[in-house]
Write a protein that binds this ligand. Structure first.
Ligand SMILES: [Zn+2]
Length: 143
């Protein structure tokens, strides 16, 4: 197949073009997701006493960017939700939980939101966090 961004021939098994690094999938296509079960989200850096939403947030990585979608009858997720195109991501970081919580890790993401910089943390199983981190790193090569 040919990359729709730079028109070079690329391997169709890849998610991202080996030449220009852009996504080879449809922009809104979900490449990877996890949650809502086993996912905690908080604003700012993950710490023991920060307010978190547990088990109601789905994290998605699409061809265009990342999303957190919270669905609950009891909690308004709007303060925790985000939808960030890859170009607005400033940094990503993977770190351990403050107290050992089994095989769980945290993905810390800083991104531009209007004029501001916002930091969010997502905690899930190490497998989920590592995969998301790897995919984000691949995509942020173009940033
Ligand atoms: Zn390309």
């Amino acid at each position: 197949m040919f990359c729709k961004h730079c028109c070079k021939k690329t391997d169709e098994k890849n998610r991202f073009c080996g030449f220009c690094g852009k996504s080879l999938t449809d922009e809104e296509e979900v490449i990877f997701f996890f949650g809502p079960f086993g996912v905690s989200v908080c604003n700012g850096r993950y710490a023991i006493f920060t307010w978190k939403l547990n088990n109601i947030t789905r994290f998605e990585l699409t061809g265009k960017g990342i999303k957190a979608i919270t669905k609950s009858l009891f909690v308004s997720g709007k303060d925790f939700n985000f939808e960030v195109p890859y170009k607005d991501i400033i940094s990503i970081e993977k770190y351990s939980t403050p107290i050992p919580l089994g095989l769980r890790e945290i993905l810390g993401i800083k991104f531009k939101e209007g004029e501001n910089v916002r930091e969010v943390s997502i905690c899930s199983s190490s497998g989920n966090i590592r995969r998301a981190y790897e995919l984000l790193q691949n995509n942020s090569k173009t940033i």
